[in-house]
Design a protein around this ligand. Sequence first.
Ligand SMILES: Cc1cc2nc3c(=O)[nH]c(=O)nc-3n(C[C@H](O)[C@H](O)[C@H](O)COP(=O)(O)OP(=O)(O)OC[C@H]3O[C@@H](n4cnc5c(N)ncnc54)[C@H](O)[C@@H]3O)c2cc1C
Length: 500
Amino acid sequence: MPSILICGGGTAGWMTAIYLQHFFNREKPLIKISLLESATVPPVGVGEATVHSIRHFLQTLGLNEKEFMRASDATFKLGIRFDGWKKPDKQGRLHSYWHPFDIQNASTADMDISSAWLKHKTILATDYAHSVSISPHLAKLHKAPKLNNSADYEAPIPYAYHFDAGKLAEYLKTVACQRGVEHIQADIQKVNIKDGIICSVLSTQGEFTADMFFDCTGFASLLSNQISAENNWHSYQDVLPCNRAVVSQTQYQKGEVPYNFTRAIAMKHGWRWKIGLQNRIGNGYVYADKHITAQQAEDEFRSALGLDEMHPVRHLKMKIGRKRQFWQGNCVSVGLSSGFIEPLESTGIYLIEAAVRLWCEHANFDWSNPVLKKRYNQLFAAIYDDLKDFIVLHYALTDRDDSAFWRDAQNVLIRCPELSEKLSLWQHKVPQSSDFWDVGSQLFNEINYRFVLYGMGYFPNTKALFSVVKKEQQSLQLLQSLLQFCEQKSQQHPQQIQWF
Ligand SMILES: Cc1cc2nc3c(=O)[nH]c(=O)nc-3n(C[C@H](O)[C@H](O)[C@H](O)COP(=O)(O)OP(=O)(O)OC[C@H]3O[C@@H](n4cnc5c(N)ncnc54)[C@H](O)[C@@H]3O)c2cc1C
């Protein structure tokens, strides 16, 4: 029987293990799948916010939604609210905008709700997201996306989760082992390689061989870096300078309810997240060490959260960029060992899902074919690069000039030619699906770009909107009635997560 050895048991390791087990062995055992993890090296322990594709991933695996949410202290996520990413307005009000998951069904057929909004924006009282999306309204009312009778992973609008990544990995481990994945606890000591092919992994529990290896050892990248570390790294540091984080967990105050959206709050030299789980809040300040020291970041973070000196915080280093070759020889890098884009749009866990799905698509029949390897590497690099551009967009449109960090951000487009070209295009037309025919990632498209562009005040020249807006009344009415339906039928978020 062919064999696969997954090295590393963080979120990446266990997501890979359970997916491969499902893909190859769900009807009868075809492949021996084992996972080796260290008992002494802890997983990175962050990664609490997700994007909506995670629902399909978990659903494909046949996992019960309530069970997984209960096991990982999960809450629902309707989107992200960005606060302070531009200067306050003339009245001193904080700049704030939403990036929800809604797919704007009301804009299908020959109606374009975003153009309707652009045409009328000066007379409309609400910003773009509040005009075309239901999620910010539900968030304000503390409503969950699901209705009382919604089936697992279903709701009238797309949603994702916040969860405790460590507990999720534990849950996946339990299920994966029940389904037949072999679990080995050992520390990797050496990787034996011949002609770019891994022959075995030496560990504190002996030597392990396999036909295929998955490197899920996090930033350490213990397997793939042995094959080739040099010339296999494509850094994004020049356009995404945030390379450090300081993180801490806090408790809910009396009367405070878990948030059903992620908060991304701009700071002087970066931004911080605030993510509400069932039992606690996750916080982290992502910053660039080129502008401040770890101590300065910690002081700013503590002061923003009101933490005293005794409250524990943790400092993390982040390597921002991606591998050039993710699949080399008989080894595929998944998770942080493949690369990392700062967590502004919660894309880390998405990149794990995308990697294993894509690999299974390409490696169903043949694990050593160079044509398949080449294609996988090209596609995955394109997914990374497109996500990187989307993250850069959040910074590039700022008008903040209160620190060197934000002043630098205003000039980042010089180093992002593809994004810069798209922005030129969107001065003259609304972002539409054809603008994304050539991109690698299917995750963020014209719908997502509009939320960020319009949220940051970047609009096309509306004089060009001659006749495009058809049935606009109808589309806005459709949205209103969906909103009313959700408001009436969905439960309060705190009550709904108490089901678990
Ligand atoms: C600051 C920060 C915030 C983030 N926020 C988000 C977010 O909101 N949303 C999101 O989707 N993603 C986020 N991420 C990314 C997310 O945390 C990761 O994508 C995810 O946790 C996967 O990590 P991993 O499993 O690749 O690595 P790790 O969690 O580091 O796991 C590595 C594994 O390798 C094992 N290992 C290491 N050395 C050895 C050895 N010698 N022998 C044997 N085993 C070994 C360890 O025991 C561990 O099991 C964030 C990341 C950072 C750094």
